[in-house]
Design a protein around this ligand. Structure first.
Ligand SMILES: [Zn+2]
Length: 435
């Protein structure tokens, strides 16, 4: 693997605590070997040959992490339309989406459920084997739910489990059976739908669905295998239930009270919240062409949930609880690759500074991927997951979702999207000596 030297770049290291500075970065193999903190490039004596990328003042920052990803959501308007895509097409779709995420600057994604049992695992394995391009990926199974809850899409007159978006379990032993099935398939995370969702008639966001016995059975199995439980938890009771069972990655967390916030704060060094607020915004304001008018969205409870979520998440951020971007992109009204709009919403509605918003997909990204000592920063020794951006994301976060501004993406020391600069050149010490 050839070394790569980025010169003349504005380094935004992803820590949230260092202002950007002009410098150069040497990548050797799949690691960041050296970070130079001056306009002068790193001395060539420190390496033998490298491809030199003159960044011409572009921003070099860590690759981004999406904390709540659904590769297999196929940009359809309903869960049923996602679920009924035939398996063969679904595998190809998921592979295509994985590639697009990587090229868009997501070098890490955390799978938050897939639409058929093994889709995520197969895509992760293919990425890791080098068969297809894609981000570092933690694979989930399908959502696990109970009859009538979010993810039980089975029509009463067609009692076929494959019609269901999620795996429906009906008691603690049934939960154990399904969790063990996903663990057998090789998932990194097991996803439970603890709360409802306003999307589902009769199972709104305030409702809570699983018994403690069911959650405990899942937690026991997953813990025994050293894996992670992740949960859909919009209602206040479901957030508390998750925390009581030791669950440390909570999706949505819209409705809280003082007790829930105190419980989150008590484990703030362990817990992550990835709210996926983009879809609330999209349903309220952008879903009309896809069949949901603003009035309908309000009637479904989305205005109330948006307000509650903003209040909850602002409070969490103030208390130092890690809130991460991403989530539920892959619907017609909330399509893939707009994910980093979440950062703009964090700043506009949740009280984040732009620097804090970026930290939530860099430093916190490495942490949520369970690789805090080697992922998520531009730092010597860290894995070379980098993006080169035309412009300053601190001044304009929207450039993070503009493919034209994403000049280059590197994962594990290899370009997924190579820069096309005229100034790119090879520097070879041997040749220089010969001359
Ligand atoms: Zn989700």
């Amino acid at each position: 693997m050839a070394d790569t030297l980025f010169t003349n770049v504005r380094i935004l290291d992803g820590s949230g605590s260092t202002q950007p500075y002009t410098g150069s970065v040497l990548v050797s193999g799949n690691r960041i070997r050296q970070v130079g903190r001056s306009a002068a490039a790193i001395a060539p004596s420190s390496f033998s040959s490298a491809t030199v990328i003159d960044g011409a003042g572009a921003t070099l920052m860590p690759g981004m992490t999406e904390a709540h990803t659904h590769f297999s959501w196929n940009d359809a308007a309903t869960l049923a339309a996602i679920q009924t895509m035939p398996l063969e097409e679904h595998v190809l779709w998921s592979a295509k989406v994985a590639k697009r995420y990587l090229e868009a600057g997501f070098t890490s994604c955390l799978g938050a459920a897939c639409a058929k049992p093994r889709l995520d695992v197969v895509i992760r394995n293919a990425i890791n084997a080098g068969q297809i391009p894609g981000p570092r990926y933690l694979a989930a199974g399908q959502e696990i739910t109970v009859p009538g809850g979010l993810g039980d899409e089975m029509p009463p007159h067609l009692p076929f489990p494959d019609y269901s978006f999620g795996q429906v379990v009906n008691n603690a032993e049934d939960m154990r059976r399904v969790v063990r099935m996903f663990l057998k398939y090789g998932v990194d995370s097991v996803k439970l739908n603890l709360s409802g969702d306003n999307f589902v008639p009769g199972a709104g966001s305030h409702t809570t669905w699983m018994t403690d016995a069911e959650v405990a059975a899942a937690a026991e199995e997953v813990k025994m295998r050293g894996k992670r439980i992740i949960v859909h938890a919009r209602s206040c009771a479901s957030i508390k239930q998750a925390l009581r069972h030791g669950i440390r990655l909570i999706y949505h967390a819209s409705f809280t009270d003082e007790e829930a916030l105190d419980m989150l704060e008590a484990v703030k060094d362990e817990v992550f919240v990835a709210p996926g607020i983009g879809i609330l915004w999209a349903l309220l304001w952008e879903a009309e062409p896809h069949g949901v008018t603003h009035e309908q969205a309000v009637a479904m409870g989305y205005e109330e949930e948006w307000a509650a979520a903003c209040e909850s998440l602002r409070a969490m951020h103030k208390r130092g609880i890690r809130v991460l971007p991403g989530g539920d992109y892959g619907f017609a009204f909330n399509p893939h690759l707009q994910n980093m709009r979440d950062l703009e919403l964090f700043v506009k509605h949740l009280g984040f500074t732009p620097m804090e918003a970026i930290r939530s997909c860099t430093l916190y990204g490495g942490q949520v991927m369970m690789r805090p000592d080697e992922l998520g920063l531009v730092k010597e020794g860290y894995l070379a997951d980098l993006v080169l951006l035309d412009g300053d994301p601190l001044a304009n976060l929207s450039i993070l979702r503009d493919p034209k501004r994403m000049l280059a993406v590197m994962k594990d020391g290899v370009f997924a999207k190579a820069p096309s600069f005229a100034s790119q050149r090879s520097w070879d010490r041997g040749l220089e000596r010969a001359a």
